[in-house]
Design a protein around this ligand. Structure first.
Ligand code: FAD
Length: 416
């Protein structure tokens, strides 16, 4: 622990007017899935807690995600249960409990876009799907579909391949963010100007937050939770820390909208990653948006928007040639995944929750892992001996509130 870590941007010591002082058990940075789930859980357990979001309520990666509550099947495409698929296998059931109002959070208000994600293969890879289906460890979690059981996009006579149904619900991000925000109540704030953090050896961290009239509110927090996605590295640096180290993995997602059938599916590719992952959303114009990820997005970071759209068109013409693309509109989105750094920048197999004295850093790695990550945050608080105590959050009422994060396809100017 440094003797004294003072952090702040755009804030000059001594020039501010400090007016009020608040205190909480836990102060969270970041209003994506990790921060919102943490705050919602802490409130149900009686902790005094508050969350500071720098920009949009809902996060950066969270609204850009495909909303699939993975059960690890896509990481077991070689037919064997890997470490990644083991860690994530329990997540769909845990989320389904919440969606039914029987879990740790009441998420009954969340819209389920599809009860299942599908997996399809064509050509020589069809036999791999059959082998995959035969793997004993996975058989109970997948169903092979034929004929009319298949999603509409695979009922075309030209389709020659296999389709599996995976037990992985796909969620509407807007309703998920809304439901979590409601559970978080009034405890979500924005700082006008970046927060300043002071942390002295043996003392509780102290955070100064700016109000819009130029005053600063001092918050004494028994612990800080850094759930700021790609912002965690900057917050750690402010605290004089470089651990846990962060990696960013850039993605270049593609969107198309038009008269498309609803489809939520991974296409099996030659590598362990799906060649293409499609999820579908209703668009503001009343038609359907396909949001494309998978290998297309992972390999597309270096492509321009035009090149990436051409690449997506080629993939769709090859994989689903009977889907009419003549009148669709296109858009792309660049977004980074922020995670704990791995050797060779591999994808982490689990969520990251790391504690350094009273500071807990969280990267859920996946939306699906949010409850698992938050359970670890709660363990860390117990290890710190922090039990729920009444706080004083009244002074925070003077802070501005963050606006709702837009979903990627909602910005009209993106479409070409
Ligand atoms: C394109 C894409 C598709 C994905 N699809 C899926 C999927 O289908 N299923 C799945 O399980 N996972 C998926 N993921 C992964 C999942 O979305 C992320 O792991 C998860 O959303 C990360 O949540 P988060 O809260 O950590 O970060 P974020 O959602 O990025 O939120 C971090 C927040 O912190 C704020 N912040 C930053 N710095 C500061 C600061 N100094 N002070 C205060 N606030 C700050 C940011 O403004 C942001 O709002 C996908 C990810 C991407 C990028």
């Amino acid at each position: 622990m440094p003797e004294r870590a003072i952090a702040g941007m755009g804030h000059r010591k001594g020039l501010h007017r400090m007016s009020l002082s608040a205190n909480v058990d836990v102060l969270i940075f970041g209003g994506g899935i990790a921060g919102l789930w943490t705050l919602a859980r802490l409130r149900t357990l009686g902790y005094s807690a508050a969350l500071i979001e720098r920009r949009f309520l809902g996060g950066v990666q969270t609204p850009a995600s495909q909303g699939i509550i993975h059960g690890g099947i896509k990481y077991a495409l070689d037919g064997s249960a890997s470490a990644a698929s083991e860690a994530i296998a329990a997540m769909p059931a845990l989320w389904r409990d919440c969606l039914a109002g029987k879990g740790e959070l009441d998420l009954r208000a969340v819209r389920v876009l599809s009860q299942a994600q599908y997996l399809w293969a064509q050509g020589v890879l069809t036999s791999r799907v059959r082998g995959f289906f035969a793997a004993k460890a996975l058989r109970s979690r997948v169903v092979r579909l034929t004929g009319a059981e298949r999603p509409e996009a695979f009922r075309n006579a030209q389709f020659r391949g296999a389709v599996l149904r995976l037990d992985e619900p796909v969620l509407d991000l807007r309703s998920l963010i809304d439901a979590l925000s409601k559970l978080c109540g009034e405890a979500v704030y924005r700082s006008a100007g970046d927060a300043r953090i002071t942390w002295e050896t043996g003392a509780t961290p102290s955070v100064s937050l700016g109000t819009e009239n130029g005053d600063w509110i001092e918050v004494q927090a028994r612990s800080l939770v850094l759930a700021a996605g790609s912002g965690n590295a900057e917050l750690l640096a402010m605290l004089g820390r470089d651990r846990p180290p962060m990696q960013l993995r850039p993605l270049h997602m593609v969107m198309l909208q038009g008269a498309l059938p609803k489809l939520h599916a991974h296409c099996l590719g030659a590598s362990v990653n799906p060649r293409l992952t499609i999820t579908s959303y209703p668009s503001v114009r009343g038609n359907v948006v396909w949001y494309l990820g998978g290998e297309l997005a992972e390999s597309g970071a270096g492509r321009s928007q035009t090149e990436q759209v051409i690449c997506a068109q080629r993939e769709l013409r090859e994989l689903l040639p009977w889907i009419e693309l003549r009148d669709v509109r296109w858009a792309t989105l660049r977004v980074n995944r922020a995670e704990e750094r791995q050797p060779l920048r591999r994808r982490p197999v689990d969520c990251c929750v790391a504690r350094d004295a009273g500071v807990i850093t969280v990267w859920p790695t996946k939306l699906a892992f949010a409850p698992r990550a938050v359970a670890r945050v709660l363990d860390s608080l117990r290890q710190l001996g922090i039990s729920p105590q009444p706080g004083n959050t009244e002074p925070l009422a003077g802070l501005p509130r963050p606006a709702q994060a837009p979903l990627p396809w909602e910005a009209e100017e993106k479409w070409i």
